[in-house]
Write a protein that binds this ligand. Structure first.
Ligand SMILES: C[S@@+](CC[C@H](N)C(=O)[O-])C[C@H]1O[C@@H](n2cnc3c(N)ncnc32)[C@H](O)[C@@H]1O
Length: 218
């Protein structure tokens, strides 16, 4: 899988690219168990999951480094009649981008999908702001502790991405740095309670996690 945004832009622009618009089955299955609020979709891509959440009453901040991915997500949201807002990140002294979480009042005034172009390798996440964080098909180990911290007490994390088993199948990421090791995702968020975890070797190699930040966590 490519690393830099230009390569992702090219992939999203390519004639062979088939835009996925259906949400991940795991997200559909878990939706009834999630309380509403503010969601953060990390490495959102073309917005299939972010738009699904927004259509189901969530306020969603979708983050990706590819401008084309964000434009595709905006088009998908608008086609479904959802409001879209482009926001810009603020810069830290060390020039790391800082994602701002919208206040609850602002999400009521400006609902729908907010889009933010940032490189997650060079950005910080807000602390204790989101009722839900999702991350599908993207692995950045350096984000793990920031993801834990970004959740509000009681907030949920849904994380699903490829494992090393994917190498047995012809498609998908090939770089082992972008593939989870056995049990890695289960152990990646030690301050969260694991509610559901599985690793599948069935047509693809994938690990899935639902975890919750304890309601009384500091
Ligand atoms: C395989 S796609 C997954 C998209 C989406 N999560 C889904 O499952 O449909 C990976 C996405 O990660 C984004 N990405 C890669 N590196 C990134 C980075 N450093 N910061 C933000 N996004 C990044 C790419 O632009 C791409 O849209």
């Amino acid at each position: 899988m490519p690393n830099d945004p230009q390569q992702w832009d090219a992939r999203y622009r390519s004639e062979n690219h088939r835009a996925e618009t259906e949400p991940a089955p795991l997200l559909c299955e878990l939706l009834p168990f999630l309380a509403h609020g503010r969601a953060l979709d990390l490495a959102m891509g073309g917005g299939r999951n972010a738009v699904f959440l927004a259509a189901n009453g969530w306020h969603v901040t979708g983050v990706d480094s590819s401008r084309i991915a964000l434009e595709n997500a905006a088009a998908l949201a608008e086609a479904r009649g959802l409001p879209v807002l482009w926001v810009s990140s603020s810069k830290h002294r060390e020039s790391r981008a800082s994602l701002q979480a919208p206040s609850k009042e602002l999400t009521q005034k400006l609902p729908g999908l907010w889009l933010l172009q940032v490189d997650l390798e060079h950005s910080t996440l807000p602390v204790g702001q989101f009722e839900l964080v999702i991350c599908f098909n993207y692995l950045q180990r350096s984000l793990f502790s920031a993801i834990e911290a970004a959740l509000r007490p009681g907030g949920m994390l849904i994380y699903e991405t490829y494992t090393l088993d994917q190498l047995a199948f012809p498609k998908g990421p090939r770089n082992p740095d972008h593939l989870l090791r056995p049990e890695e995702l289960r152990r990646a968020f030690p301050s969260l309670e694991t509610l559901f975890y599985r690793e599948l070797y069935a047509g693809k190699g994938i690990a899935s996690l639902l975890a919750r930040r304890p309601a009384r966590s500091p």
